[in-house]
Design a binder for this molecule. Structure first.
Ligand SMILES: C[S@@+](CC[C@H](N)C(=O)[O-])C[C@H]1O[C@@H](n2cnc3c(N)ncnc32)[C@H](O)[C@@H]1O
Length: 644
């Protein structure tokens, strides 16, 4: 499925590229936007906000959101793989379906850490059956910062900067990619509340076509209504349900009747009893015909739902489902959506996954899933939640795909050091916006026609004078070029000297070679990304996992206090942002203990760094602690403890 894309500067990048075609057009809805002529020339904008049309040299070019969010392509870094033992089966599945293979190249479900727009732009078109998103509601800056890590906080500043239009351009750019990703039979649900839903409806009519609007599902949640001064309590959210086109997959949802009395009350009809003692009501069959509807059958059939769903929010005392962050949605709500608009084996996506409610329900209902969040804490909570479901799942005979955690844009340096030299070179060349090459020993890629050299994966390595000489020779002899770029964690002073000598030959010898020596952590390495848009400033950066120090103190028999306040983030201005505890750790699978996933100080909202736990019995135990900092770093440490 992946295709080579040639860009004007003769550089090739091998990423998954969407096929050119009808993705570039917005639905033609002349009638829908028709204005009575008598109203004269009132401008009606059929294009979604942020959709740009550029006229260059009399050529009209659609640049769809490229002005607001220019495309950048960066590699993905797999930092974790959670295995359930059936990986081979899903790799075999891939061989039967190219789209599946392009979407799940390693056969595993995928959990992405990064900004969803850029990640979506690297996924294949028409490959997803159902998308559910629960984006920030435009309900004010502070309300929407949930997990508190830098990435999350930073992203909200740009959304709110422009007011509602800025929010709509931000969301439209993402909705546009979601439309491209949906299969022709696909559906999308956008979860919002009164703050933005009406504005987004207008934009979605433009992007998906008003004819493809299906429902505004009202999620009504009860609560204790306070008597407010100037309006009544707002106790519902709205889910805008659109199809990609005609023939979207749909199963009419029904709920079980609570009782026969509820059914009869709803029918508002007299109950009759037939000669066999079966109860029935008479229902209209049209044409004045009336038919017997037997109550038992009707009960079994269930009560067809409408577009108002009464589902309570997760109760504070619900220790099983409640994780503890403000915007967590009830699993039963997602269950209704997945059962209505998807089938077993279908691909479900949530690009604002938060604590992972959608992938958790998809996992339980045997759907394939892709999830994404720009908060590393949200990703950690989601990964833990999926692993927990598998821990509780009893029918393990049903093959279940592994899942991977993949970083986009912010990379774990220690994990890169574990790459093979080939993997590392491919990663660095792609991150630098080049095309990897493996034909030559000394030339590892090209960018805009300039040869590239990449050093060793280890951060302790230094590119030295001999590397410089070897590369310069290859640049000149193999490519007849006088310019090259060397990329590495560090350069030895002799390498810099050697490069100066080579460059000094210019105007004296033809075999002069000017070499740029760029460290991976230099601004020059990420210039091609951060100069494209100020919001891209944090991208192409390398982070370290935090240093975790656990202090253990016996408080009373079987009860211990665990304190990680001595732990530190190893990233610049980094802070410890979340701590998860697993007090019955099994090798290879972190599974936070119920209630120890997202602990916050009630007053400050800051993460709790010290906790107490009462072990069920004395003896040898193994505990694990997973710590995330607010820059995207995560480290899990495992420790034995003798409990008395
Ligand atoms: C309202 S929460 C989703 C909660 C989720 N439905 C649940 O039940 O747990 C919205 C999430 O979107 C994430 N987010 C916001 N902007 C994002 C972006 N551009 N890319 C990826 N995630 C983003 C936030 O970090 C937050 O976790």
């Amino acid at each position: 499925m992946s295709r080579k894309v040639k860009n004007t500067e003769d550089m090739e990048i091998s990423f998954i590229a969407p096929p050119e075609g009808n993705e570039d057009v917005i639905p033609d809805q002349k009638e829908h936007f028709q204005l009575p002529t008598r109203f004269g020339a009132v401008p009606v904008d059929e294009a979604p906000l942020g959709w740009e049309i550029e006229t260059r040299r009399r050529e009209v070019k659609v640049t769809k959101f490229q002005h607001a969010y220019p495309t950048i392509r960066l590699p993905l870094q797999e930092v974790k793989r959670v295995e359930f033992g059936h990986g081979e089966a899903f790799l075999a599945e891939n061989e039967k379906d190219n789209k599946l293979k392009a979407l799940f190249p390693t056969g595993a479900n995928r959990l992405f850490f990064g900004d969803n727009l850029h990640i979506m732009r690297q996924l294949p078109s028409e490959s997803i059956d159902l998308i559910y998103i629960d984006p920030p509601f435009f309900s004010g800056r502070n309300y929407n910062v949930i997990f508190g890590d830098k990435n999350e906080v930073r992203s909200f500043s740009d959304i709110w900067e422009g007011g509602m239009p800025g929010y709509l351009v931000w969301l439209n750019a993402r909705l546009w990619e979601m439309k491209r990703l949906l299969k022709p039979t696909g559906s999308i649900y956008v979860h919002l509340d009164w703050h933005a839903v009406h504005y987004v409806k207008v934009e979605m009519d433009k992007i998906f076509g008003a004819d493809n609007f299906r429902n505004e599902i009202i999620w009504h949640y009860s609560g204790w209504n306070k008597q407010l001064n100037d309006h009544v309590e707002r106790r519902h959210d709205s889910l805008l349900f659109y199809a990609k086109g005609k023939g979207n997959y749909f199963t009419y949802p029904k709920r079980p009747w609570e009782s026969k009395e509820e059914y009869v009350k709803k029918r508002k009809q007299k109950v009759h009893v037939d000669e066999q003692g079966r109860e029935y009501v008479l229902s209209d069959a049209g044409g004045g015909q009336r038919v017997r509807r037997f109550i038992e059958e009707a009960m079994a059939y269930g009560s067809p739902l409408d577009d108002v769903w009464d589902i309570d929010k997760i109760n504070n005392s619900d220790r099983l489902e409640r994780i503890g962050y403000p915007t967590q949605k009830p699993e039963v709500l997602l269950e209704g959506i997945l059962k209505m608009s998807s089938n077993e084996g279908n691909v479900i996506d949530d690009f604002f996954c938060g604590g992972g409610t959608t992938p958790a329900v998809a996992q339980r209902l045997n759907r394939r899933w892709i999830a994404c969040d720009q908060s590393r804490i949200a990703v950690a909570i989601t990964a833990d939640r999926i692993a927990k479901i598998m821990q509780q799942k009893d029918d393990l005979f049903l093959p279940v795909p592994d899942f991977t955690v993949e970083h986009w844009g912010i990379y774990e340096a220690p994990k890169l050091e574990q790459y093979s030299i080939e993997q590392f070179r491919e990663f660095v060349v792609k991150a630098f916006g080049g095309r990897p090459e493996s034909a030559s020993d000394a030339i590892h890629g090209m960018r805009y026609g300039v040869p590239l050299y990449v050093g060793e994966p280890s951060r302790k390595s230094r590119i030295c004078r001999d590397d410089v000489a070897r590369f310069a020779k290859a640049v000149y002899e193999e490519r007849r070029a006088n310019h090259g770029v060397m990329l590495g964690w560090n350069f030895g002073p002799d390498a810099r000297k050697a490069a100066e000598i080579l460059a000094a030959r210019e105007n004296r010898r033809i075999d002069f070679v000017r070499l740029n020596l760029i460290r991976l952590e230099d601004e020059a390495f990420r210039e091609h990304v951060v100069t494209k848009n100020r919001d891209y400033a944090p991208l192409l950066s390398f982070i370290q996992p935090p240093e975790v120090r656990i202090a253990v103190r016996r408080v009373s028999p079987l009860t211990y206090e665990f304190d990680v306040s001595e732990s530190v983030s190893l990233n610049k201005d980094g802070l410890i942002a979340n701590v998860q505890w697993d007090f019955s750790h099994k090798a290879g699978r972190f599974n936070s203990t119920q209630g120890y996933t997202f602990l916050r100080d009630k007053k400050t909202g800051r993460p709790l760094l010290a906790v107490q736990y009462a072990f069920p019995k004395a003896g040898a135990h193994t505990i694990a602690c997973s710590v995330q900092d607010d820059q995207g770093g995560e480290r899990t440490v495992v420790q034995p403890i003798e409990v008395t």
